[in-house]
Design a protein around this ligand. Structure first.
Ligand code: PEP
Ligand code: MN
Length: 270
């Protein structure tokens, strides 16, 4: 099937998460580690003026011996903190059996790179969010083509869930100086083929905090609709993805760094 024929539809906004003419920043820790840790991280997101906080309760770790996340307890922590601070939560769902539970506690469900081709999960998430205020962030698979990524999005949309945001998060290449290779061409190509918003995750792409702000600026220029970045109030102590976490106090600097690029593109940073 020709993706350009099948995906092109109305402009989607993921129920307000992506607003035309703006550039949405989602920030927060890779993983919820404790109430205190998530609260400190979320307060920094709020101080920087961002409205969406990320955090993982169910983590797709490469090793089964790594910290797997706090599960339902992590969801409850995110729900409580975000309610108190007036933020909206973006968090990953890995298992079809957890969809309802995740929807109870979070506004946006992330489908991770390792699950992009989990078609039964995609269909069940699409059906579950249909007619609700919930959105989906669909990460591109580690070695998925743009066409495969867009067709994965169609599994969600054709099941009823039309609030899908695509997320480029780097692909596997021969390069070893970064964790993955951020494929900004894919952002541009995807935006030409679909009206689904496209955001960028520079944190997982680079795997290094020193590249996160430069790649974020480049994402604005590549016409991305936003970013999802990892930040931590004590980056060196993070239980997951410590090397790529921006210090929480750097989020204000991220906003300031993005502003001139966003203005040049006619967008307001949200
Ligand atoms: C994450 O966002 O923490 C994550 C695991 O992302 P990805 O699925 O892109 O690796
Ligand atoms: Mn992570």
């Amino acid at each position: 099937m020709d993706v350009s024929e099948s995906v092109k539809t109305d402009v989607k906004t993921a129920n307000g998460m992506v607003v035309p003419g703006t550039f949405r920043v989602i920030a927060g820790p890779c993983t919820v580690e404790s109430y205190e840790q998530f609260l400190a991280g979320a307060k920094a997101v709020k101080r920087a003026g961002f409205e969406y906080v990320r955090g993982g309760a169910f983590k797709p770790r490469t090793s089964p011996y790594s910290f797997q996340g706090l599960g339902e307890e992590g969801l409850k922590i995110m729900a409580e903190v975000s309610r108190d601070l007036g933020l909206k939560v973006v968090t990953e769902v890995m298992d079809p059996y957890h969809i309802e539970m995740v929807m109870e506690h979070a506004r946006v469900l992330q489908i991770g790179a390792r699950n992009m081709a989990n078609f039964s999960l995609l269909k069940r998430v699409g059906a579950a969010i249909a007619g609700t205020d919930h959105g989906v962030v669909l990460k591109r698979g580690l070695s998925a083509t743009v066409e495969e990524w867009l067709l994965a999005a169609e599994y969600v949309t054709s099941s009823g869930g039309d609030n899908v945001v695509l997320c480029e998060r780097g692909i596997r290449t021969f390069e070893t100086s970064t964790r993955f290779t951020l494929d900004l061409s894919a952002v541009i190509v995807a935006k030409r083929l679909t009206d689904l918003p496209v955001i960028v995750d520079p944190s997982h792409a680079a795997g290094r905090r020193d590249l996160v702000i430069p790649l974020s600026k480049a994402s604005v220029a590549a016409e991305a609709d936003g970013l999802i970045v990892e930040s931590h109030h004590e980056p060196q102590e993070a239980l997951c993805d410590a090397e790529q976490a921006l210090p929480a106090e750097a989020l204000l600097g991220l906003r300031e760094a993005l502003q001139p690029f966003a203005s040049a593109m006619g967008r307001e940073v949200l």
